[in-house]
Ligand binder design. Structure first.
Ligand SMILES: Nc1ncnc2c1ncn2[C@@H]1O[C@H](COP(=O)(O)OP(=O)(O)OP(=O)(O)O)[C@@H](O)[C@H]1O
Ligand SMILES: [Mg+2]
Length: 376
């Protein structure tokens, strides 16, 4: 298989009808007493790559299937552009879909699989042939049209499923964990290829994954979902740097939470050290501080807190060399565990740390993230 990263020919011209925004409001889907979707409001912009990110059972597939029309929500609205879709059958929605399992037809050839949606739409044979060839070229499978599905590798099958999803020029492309069956290396390569394909097609794309790194890599925006509730919808940078609650902070990236206490003068502190002004309206609730490992640094033994620096005392529990970086597990005086990632090349101090050693660690005050404590 071709191993270049840029597998898609940027010159291949695949027309898509004008991309459409999707407006979801008050969408609720219940299975008995379980809310698979709980009053979901979500605006997906025209042409954007939006990722639905959440743990297993959070409602990702349910939401995607509702957009595609394969399940009927109990209440709410789904609009494509200005048109209400909620009662429209799937085949009239003009949505391309890659399912959680590829759902290819095993008894058909690659070309027949890709031609299938065109056939359904009554596209004539000659036009079908040229569109299938164009799609094969776009996913770099030219020449493999006559193979059967079981003669393909996992990554190739994945491309066939993709080609079948966009060959009929849908206005909206939905993908449900399309890369989950692939090994890590191929998955990372396909992530980049899917991004390129999205740029090329310009189609509004909703992508489902439970892999936070994949979501951060691929998305224009990420919608974090848990128990059928949307927790936060924003760019990867904001989701990572300004999570709105403990669930998002914990689900996206490594983090430690430090419980903060109120001082009488409107400041939140930890271990006697003033951390940050209490957020407005936040005086009667409890707050935590989120700490990302890569924001921490090993400080000099004499380091003291100042206007720009927060300093903690810690005891080294474990220090692990990981090639390009070192991973250090620490315990603060109150028993909280923190981890720290230090660049291997420049910060050799991190690699010499011994378990039991007393050290000081610091972080920039402007890197402080404060969130409501618990799962608010
Ligand atoms: N047909 C069904 N009948 C009953 N419960 C269902 C049905 N389909 C889904 N559910 C439940 O709805 C919730 C959401 O399911 P959904 O398939 O949307 O999760 P998901 O986020 O896609 O998870 P995964 O990452 O495992 O694919 C789950 O608790 C699931 O058990
Ligand atoms: Mg699912």
């Amino acid at each position: 298989m071709d191993t270049s990263v840029s597998a898609y020919n940027e010159n291949t011209h695949v027309e898509s009808d004008q991309a459409l925004p999707i407006t979801i409001s008050g969408l609720t889907k219940r299975y008995g007493s379980l809310y698979a979707l709980n009053s979901v409001d979500l605006e997906i912009r025209s042409g954007e790559f939006l990722t639905l990110l959440g743990p297993s059972g959070s409602g990702k597939t349910t939401l995607l299937m509702a957009i595609a029309g394969f399940n009927r929500p109990d209440s709410g609205s789904i609009r494509f552009g200005d048109s209400e879709m909620i009662l429209m059958p799937p085949h009239q929605r003009n949505v391309g879909m890659v399912f959680q399992s590829y759902a290819l037809f095993p008894h058909m050839s690659v070309a027949q699989n890709i031609a299938f949606p065109l056939k359904l739409r009554g596209v004539k044979a000659a036009e079908r042939l040229s569109r299938v060839n164009e799609a094969l070229e776009t996913v770099q499978l030219s020449g493999l049209g006559d193979r059967t599905i079981d003669q393909l590798s996992g990554g190739q099958r994945q491309r066939v499923a993709l080609a079948r999803a966009f060959v009929f020029r849908p206005r909206i492309l939905l993908m449900d964990e399309p890369l989950s069956a692939l090994d890590k290396k191929l998955r990372e390569r396909m992530q980049i290829e899917l991004k390129q394909l999205h740029r090329q097609l310009g189609v509004t794309t909703v992508y489902v994954t439970h892999d936070q790194r994949e979501a951060l890599t691929m998305s224009d925006r990420i919608a974090v979902i848990n128990d059928g509730l949307l927790m936060q919808v924003d760019t990867p940078e904001i989701i990572y740097n300004q999570p709105v609650n403990a669930f998002v902070a914990d689900f996206i990236g490594e983090s430690a939470m430090l419980p903060l206490t109120h001082t009488t003068n409107g400041i939140l502190e930890f271990g006697g050290q003033e951390i940050v002004q209490t957020p407005v309206s936040g005086t009667d609730r409890t707050w935590s501080m989120v700490i990302r490992p890569e924001r921490l640094e090993i400080a000099d033994k004499q380091a003291v807190p100042n206007e720009s620096l927060i300093v903690f005392d810690g005891v080294v529990r474990e220090s692990v060399f990981q090639g390009e970086s070192a991973f250090v597990l620490l315990e603060l005086s109150d028993g909280t565990e923190l981890s720290l990632r230090a660049g291997g090349g420049t910060d050799s101090r991190a690699q010499r740390l011994q378990p039991g050693e007393q050290i000081k660690i610091s972080m920039q005050r402007h890197d402080v993230i404060v969130i409501p404590a618990g799962q608010e």
